[in-house]
Write a protein that binds this ligand. Structure first.
Ligand code: SF4
Length: 245
């Protein structure tokens, strides 16, 4: 990291965080189970604690996250409380702030994630996006075109909630419930509304991909500003725990 203070705060947090708190973090349990790990590393166990350091370093009141990250923000509050009670009240107890659509589904209906190979990338071409949306999983009740479905059980409809204007979205919902439209029609409507905004983002992304020097400058400038705040926080922290030279 260009802000090495994060590693130091992580280390100090590890002194007051019981192992049990980290072992019950759902993403840790999932990883251990999925990868069949018999002897997981501290790197995996302690990763959410590093996230707590990343958050608390900047003393926020709110943390904008997806719903799967809420347990990490809860852990962060517990760590802040424990630190404040053990040494000195330095950190706020931040709350998670969710968007209206707190989870973006991937093409297989699970959370969209690179590691699940179910993601639509911001660099994907319109053809690539279309090829991913067409076979996307839907409400399993709609086996045949004549079977009615339930949009609330369909990950395609979650994407409609993000991209499709209300009137057309409601049209799709009614068509789904009455088997008035097929899933491919419904996905066609989604693509009409999903491709243009992703096209704008793809263009903007390409602008920066063509200018790596500009990206590095932005990163260095951001890190320089972040480090100033991090250094102030660490001065307070070192003084609180008695680590001053
Ligand atoms: S019609 Fe649309 S909302 Fe209904 S199951 Fe098919 S894709 Fe999903």
């Amino acid at each position: 990291s260009l802000v090495p203070e994060h590693a130091e705060l992580h280390l100090l947090f590890s002194m007051v965080t019981p192992v049990g708190w980290l072992e019950r973090v759902p993403s840790y349990k999932e990883m251990v189970e999925q990868l069949g790990l018999e002897s997981p590393s501290y790197g995996l166990l302690g990763y959410p604690l590093l996230q707590s350091a990343d958050i608390l370093m900047y003393k926020p009141q709110w943390v904008p996250v997806g719903i799967d990250q809420v347990p990490h923000v809860e852990l962060t509050r517990e760590v802040a409380r424990r630190f404040n009670n053990t040494w000195k009240p330095i950190f706020p107890e931040p709350q998670a702030r969710l968007t209206e659509i707190p989870k973006v589904p991937g093409t297989d209906g699970r959370k969209m994630s690179k590691s699940y190979d179910n993601a639509i990338y911001l660099s994907d071409s319109p053809d690539a996006i279309t090829a991913k949306i067409r076979p996307m999983i839907t409400d399993p009740a709609r086996k045949r075109r004549s079977d009615p479905g339930d949009p609330d059980l369909c990950p395609v409809f979650d994407l409609h909630r993000i991209f499709t204007p209300e009137a057309e979205r409601e049209g799709c919902a009614t068509g789904c419930r009455t088997a008035g439209i097929g899933c491919l029609d419904c996905k066609g409507v989604l693509l009409t509304h999903l491709l243009p905004p992703l096209g704008d983002i793809r263009e903007r992304r390409q602008h920066f991909a063509d200018r790596p020097k500009e990206v590095l400058e932005v990163l260095h400038e951001g890190s320089r500003r972040a480090r100033k705040t991090a250094q102030n926080t660490m001065e307070e922290v070192r003084s609180a725990v008695g680590l001053e030279p």
